[in-house]
Ligand binder design. Structure first.
Ligand code: PLP
Length: 485
């Protein structure tokens, strides 16, 4: 790493210094060789740094300051919904009745936790307009796979074994074709037209008796609402296929439109995006899936039921695709999402999508003076710019993203979607103030000016970060993942 600003923990190590104390053993000592097997028992001490408690504290605090998070600055990463995670969620998730229960406790002893899960399912059914929701999947992509496995089970139960294709628009999130492939389908691309929406003629061309489903994000990843959604739904349904809705970024339509009402059969939501589960550090997430009554028999088991005012798990589900996650999903993230929904209430959730959409449109209109706007419609929660003009001056979108780091911002998503040249995908979210949006736009305008008058400044950015410009190829091909003295 360049520009070391503090010594690494290995360099501080002093023999025999310790920063921990363990309580004395209160269980019988075991014969490790015998219990674990001699071959697996470590023969020498691990080479760990020997430091005191204060040193290790400073080490991790210094490392944490090198990180960028929503709590430290603006994070307009398109399609990721990096919005504020209210701290009241954390208080509720830490209540011992939620944090100290064991998933395999007798259900009579965890009725409160089960009630929360049940009520969250009911809320998500209302929000999506679908009949039943499972909380099991651990992330968006996991929800996609779960939904597709249910669609497969449905077709097979109807003796329909030839439905091997899943249609995915070229603007789709990368997880869509990946999930279709992992679920054993062939992903077939449908093109977008000049509006940035699914090309209906192309859809009619690719759909056939082998179509298992169409996977769609609406609004799509260009931040545009698929106006022809009802016609698309009837094209797919008439061909015997099912409609899958990628609801990872539901904050564009929350409280205003429901996938179930648009004709979708399956929906996944990302509770770690729209519903304020903290994310960005790699998890845990939660990707509940909602289905119509027709697909209900195939839901992962067990399902949560309420009978005679008691909550219980039902495992008697002969047509279920089986369990997709140990226990019942990432409970802690579900508690946070439940808290968020209850804090906001129905009116508050409508305001979420209002502000998300207004913020995105405000930024888009201010930025279009300096940056190419490939799809000039009102957007939903996010929008796409193209760095085409800057590219002509020798400044690429990657350079613009790196230069933003100097201003203290996390860059937007770049080079995605792939159908836009030099794409920048910006999602401000509803939780940012006008001052923050303006400051970011001002930085983007300044960078556009620099591209005209001082391109090297942008090409060589970042200048103020601890780590300067990486060699992207080397980083991908030969990553150095271990500290080496
Ligand atoms: C984030 C996202 C996903 C994937 O969700 P993960 O939880 O990261 O697996 C899928 N689709 C869209 C549109 C997304 O924004």
């Amino acid at each position: 790493m360049a520009n070391q600003d503090f010594p690494l923990i290995f360099e501080l190590s002093q023999e025999s210094r310790t920063g921990f104390s363990l309580p004395s053993m209160d269980v019988p000592e075991i014969d490790v060789d015998e219990q674990i097997g001699n071959a697996y028992v470590r023969k020498s001490e691990p080479d760990l740094p020997e430091v005191d408690e204060l040193q290790i504290m400073r080490h991790y605090t210094a490392l944490s300051k090198r990180n960028h998070g929503v709590d430290s600055g603006f994070y307009p990463l398109g399609s990721c919904t990096m919005k504020y995670n209210p701290k009241v969620n954390e208080d509720i998730a830490r209540l011992t009745g939620f944090s100290h229960v064991h998933p395999y406790q007798p259900t009579e002893s965890v009725q409160g936790a089960l009630e929360l899960m049940y009520d969250l399912q009911v809320s998500l059914e209302e929000i999506t307009g679908l009949d039943t929701v499972t909380l099991q999947p651990a992330a968006g992509a996991h929800g996609e796979w779960t939904g597709l496995m249910m669609i497969r089970a449905y077709h097979e139960a109807n003796g329909d074994y030839n439905r091997t294709k899943v249609i995915v628009p070229d603007s789709a999130h990368g997880t869509n074709p990946a999930s279709a492939t992992v679920a054993g389908f062939e992903a077939v691309t449908v093109k977008s037209d000049e509006r940035g929406l699914v090309d209906l003629e192309d859809l009619k061309r690719v759909v056939d008796e082998q179509t298992a489903a169409l996977m769609l994000t609406n609004p799509n990843t260009l931040g545009l609402f698929e106006q022809d959604i009802e016609e698309m739904a009837s094209i797919i349904h008439e061909a015997g296929g099912k409609l899958y809705y990628d609801g990872a970024n539901l904050n564009a339509i929350l409280g205003y439109a429901r996938p179930g009402d648009m004709g979708f059969d399956v929906v996944h939501l990302n509770l770690h995006k729209t519903f304020t589960g903290p994310h960005g550090g790699g998890g845990p997430g939660s990707g509940p899936v909602g289905v119509t009554a027709e697909l209900e028999p195939y839901l992962p088991k067990p399902i949560l039921r309420k009978e005679n005012d008691m909550y219980m798990f039902d495992n008697d589900r002969p047509q279920s695709i089986g369990r997709v996650k140990p226990y019942y999903g990432n409970f802690g993230i579900n508690v946070r999402a439940y808290t968020y929904i209850r804090t906001m209430g129905p009116e508050g959730l409508k305001k979420v999508s209002e502000y998300a959409v207004i913020n995105a449109n405000y930024m888009m209109r201010r930025l279009q003076k300096e940056y190419e706007l490939p799809f000039d419609h009102h957007c939903k929660h996010e929008f796409i710019l193209s760095g085409k003009r800057q590219k002509k001056l020798g400044v690429r979108t990657l350079d613009i993203a790196k230069r933003l780091l100097d201003f203290g911002y996390h860059p937007p998503t770049i080079y995605f979607p792939i159908n836009v040249e030099e794409a920048l995908m910006i999602e401000p979210t509803e939780t940012e103030s006008k001052e923050t949006l303006d400051a970011f736009v001002d930085a983007m305008i300044q960078i556009a000016e620099e591209a005209k008058h001082d391109p090297e400044k942008v090409q060589e950015a970042p200048h103020t970060t601890i780590v300067s410009r990486m060699d992207e190829t080397q980083a991908a091909r030969k990553p150095v993942l271990r500290y080496q003295a």
